[in-house]
Design a protein around this ligand. Structure first.
Ligand SMILES: N[C@@H](CCC(=O)N[C@@H](CS)C(=O)NCC(=O)O)C(=O)O
Length: 126
């Protein structure tokens, strides 16, 4: 799996999820400060020219929330998402799709002690 990401960007949640899986993955630095997201090579991955994006064999996708859902589904053993039918799925979907920064910040405060969160934070800071 390859995660195309840039420091200080919406790549953070995807980066964090990949770290939570504990699985090997390749981070492909796509630095938006140098417009690396507008190269023809990257536009072939994500025609919208934005980070993050993910490729997994023949599959490619963009949008941070979609990437998080894909990764959780791809690695069920990591237990990153409640399975369909589980009542906790409602909260999972709510947080996954919530765009509001203040609410997200309150949520991530509670996760700050997680080693995967700390690794992703260090990477995302650039
Ligand atoms: N809705 C997208 C937004 C992605 C997005 O706006 N990424 C910004 C970085 S935070 C980007 O790539 N900006 C560069 C550009 O628009 O050229 C997501 O959640 O993944």
């Amino acid at each position: 799996m390859k995660l195309y990401w840039s420091p200080r960007s919406r790549s953070f949640s995807a980066l964090w999820l990949m770290e939570e899986t504990g699985k090997p993955y390749e981070r492909v630095l796509t630095d938006i400060s140098t417009s690396a997201q507008k190269t023809p090579e990257y536009l072939a991955i994500n025609p919208m020219g934005k980070v993050p994006a993910l490729s997994d064999g023949e599959a490619t996708l963009a949008e941070a929330a979609a990437i998080c859902a894909y990764v959780a589904e791809r690695y069920p053993e990591a237990k990153l998402a409640p399975p369909p039918g589980d009542p906790l799925r409602a909260k999972y979907l709510y947080w996954l799709f919530l765009p509001s920064r203040p609410s997200f910040d309150r949520y991530i405060d509670r996760c700050a002690a997680r080693p995967a969160f700390q690794r992703a934070s260090a990477l995302a800071a650039g």
